[in-house]
Design a protein. Structure first.
Length: 247
């Protein structure tokens, strides 16, 4: 299996990194994890064929994790895609993305392929193509709870994903509220961990990292102030980087 980093930036745009998007493939099927701003162009820069994407899983509705979605759909429409595309995301974000596509003239009868929307639920397993994913709610957005009465459309749902493919188990943290959010996912052996490295202090991070044994630990979502910082036993993501993962 191969993991290619499409976008490794944090929520603060920088020149050499696009926003969160990660391409997982086993030579046959492709799953895209998140689809942050700039994803369509970053896929082209990585020399990958977007027509190969079979499914997209979106962790939450911060724009650095979903805002590339309408343009990716437009790119697939222009490329004359026919194959259906599966989208795994929370029910509220489905409503929002459908509205966004409607306003972007990407109408269902116009785009030329079906979008198979799958509302995700906490701890439920979804099997498709060569993959299985299990979304796990994390605490990333819970700090907004008190604002919800003013902004009732917001979702507050943010997921980390457990991903299985060809006997390989991995974890994509996506944005998390605390490192402890994914402790339970790492209690079982994981061949890879793609960790979005924000929202905790470096000291806490280094200590936590030392206590985990994951075969391939990849740190991504790099904020400008942590640029150039190395971590022992971890790979620091760069856009376009590919990592082979074996069972
Ligand atoms: Zn976020």
């Amino acid at each position: 299996m191969k993991l290619t980093i499409i976008g490794s930036a944090s929520g603060m745009p920088v020149g050499k990194r696009s926003c969160s998007a990660y391409w997982l493939e086993n030579g046959k099927d492709v799953l895209l994890l998140d689809c942050g701003d700039g994803t369509a162009s970053a896929i082209v820069r990585a020399n990958l064929d977007p027509m190969r994407i079979g499914a997209i899983a979106i962790s939450h509705s911060h724009s650095d994790h979903y805002a590339g979605f309408p343009l990716l759909i437009q790119m697939l429409h222009i490329s004359k895609r026919k194959k259906p595309l599966k989208i795994f995301v929370s029910q509220r974000i489905i409503r929002f993305l459908k509205y966004t596509l409607e306003m972007s003239y990407m109408w269902s009868e116009r785009i030329g392929f079906d979008l198979l929307w799958q509302p995700i639920k906490n701890n439920e397993r979804y099997d498709f193509d060569s993959f299985s994913i299990i979304p796990h709610e994390n605490s990333h957005l819970l700090g907004y709870k008190e604002d919800l009465f003013r902004h009732p459309l917001c979702d507050l749902k943010s997921y980390s994903f457990e991903v299985m493919c060809d006997g390989i188990r991995g974890v994509y943290s996506a944005d998390i509220g605390a490192l402890s959010d994914i402790d339970v996912l790492l209690a079982k052996k994981a061949q890879w961990l793609l960790l979005e490295g924000m929202h905790f202090s470096l000291e806490e991070f280094e200590k936590w990292l030392a206590s985990k044994s994951v075969e391939k630990m990849i740190i991504t979502h790099i904020p400008p102030e942590r640029e150039g910082k190395d971590f022992k036993n971890a790979i620091i993501a760069e856009d376009g980087m590919s990592i082979d993962i074996f069972p």
